[in-house]
Write a protein that binds this ligand. Structure first.
Ligand SMILES: Cc1cc2nc3c(=O)[nH]c(=O)nc-3n(C[C@H](O)[C@H](O)[C@H](O)COP(=O)(O)OP(=O)(O)OC[C@H]3O[C@@H](n4cnc5c(N)ncnc54)[C@H](O)[C@@H]3O)c2cc1C
Length: 304
């Protein structure tokens, strides 16, 4: 980006604007080079200005949620990275048996508000360090111990497209598939989730069962991006295939295939570089292809 483009943003945009900001701070892997420009806009008006400006100037625009499904390359990211972190994007409001919230809200906060208001449905997402926007974009879900996806709870989603136009889509009109939505090329602004009234004790119990299951299957490791690969259709789970290839615990630099969940790669001691993770990904792909003739597909998103 040119100096005059940077000056324009500094002058016109309300919010936090940082240049060459390391993205490792904003991802759960704690890895990644810098964003050329990192902006946390204060309000929707500023967000729209950024969207229109980047479209007009052909500057790459990326939205980061809580960075829990991202691997940012060591070289960093060109263009603008936006994070919806101001109160205008992180509110959570109860409306009858629904919760309406900004896309920047943490899923963990949504779960707290739901439990407080005796609203059930989101328990399966306990312990997942996502934002609402990221969860919708990736159609966050679980396969075990129950099959659940966030799409099942969506009443509507409010978005802004790359021309800065706001629109609403009903959940049932959106096209969601396995860990994917069709909300490309737009910024998710708000969503409403339909939940059901339930006793607080039952909600707590459900959450605790999911937490126990996660602890047993994933351990309590931090510094990961959850599952690296999607589970291949009609095959055994990716974790099983990786484990059978003898790759559990395999490490390169600080990157290590988790001993608790072979589809997780962890950043041991926060010493790994993105290149270590990428090298490990290549080894896994090669071994699984050779032994099972299965081409694993990435679930984690790589930013460069
Ligand atoms: C310990 C751990 C456990 C996990 N367990 C699960 C699990 O059980 N199930 C599961 O599905 N995932 C799981 N994940 C992966 C991850 O949490 C999900 O993919 C999550 O939905 C990503 O949300 P995020 O806010 O971190 O998004 P990010 O990782 O920041 O971004 C993901 C994508 O969403 C886009 N995005 C984010 N916000 C917006 C927005 N407002 N508008 C438009 N696009 C946006 C980004 O551009 C990017 O394309 C896990 C991750 C970790 C670290």
């Amino acid at each position: 980006m040119t100096d005059s483009q940077k000056k324009f943003l500094s002058k016109e945009i309300e919010g936090k604007i940082l240049f060459n900001e390391p993205l490792s701070e904003y991802t759960t892997l704690k890895i990644g080079g810098s964003a050329e420009v990192f902006i946390e806009p204060t309000d929707t008006a500023s967000l729209i200005k950024i969207i229109k400006f980047s479209a007009a100037e052909q500057i790459t625009l990326s939205i980061i949620g809580r960075g829990s499904n991202l691997l940012v390359k060591d070289e960093g990211v060109k263009g603008i990275v936006i994070r919806l972190n101001s109160p205008e994007f992180t509110y959570i409001k109860k409306e009858k048996e629904s919760l309406r919230c900004g896309a920047g809200a943490k899923l963990a906060d949504l779960l707290k508000v739901a439990e407080h208001n005796e609203l059930s449905g989101l328990e399966f997402a306990v312990g997942i360090p996502a934002s609402v926007g990221g969860a919708i974009k990736t159609n966050l879900g679980t396969v075990h111990p129950v099959k659940k996806e966030i799409k099942e709870l969506i009443d509507y989603v409010k978005t802004i497209d790359l021309q800065g136009k706001e629109s609403y889509s009903l959940g049932r009109e959106l096209d969601f598939s396995y860990r994917c939505s069709n909300l490309f090329e737009c910024v998710i602004l708000e969503a409403k989730f339909n939940l059901q009234k339930a006793d607080k004790g039952i909600i707590k119990q459900k959450k605790s069962n999911f937490v126990d299951y996660r602890r047993k299957t994933q351990g309590t490791v931090s510094c990961s991006a959850g599952c690296i690969f999607k589970n291949p259709q009609g095959e055994k789970a990716a974790a099983y295939l990786i484990e059978q290839c003898g790759l559990k615990g395999k490490s390169i630099g600080g990157a290590e295939v988790s001993c608790q969940h072979s589809n997780f790669i962890i950043n041991r001691g926060q010493k790994a570089k993105a290149s270590d993770i990428l090298a490990l990904i290549k080894i896994i792909e090669k071994n699984v292809k050779k032994r099972y003739n299965v081409k694993l597909e990435l679930e984690v998103e790589i930013w460069e």
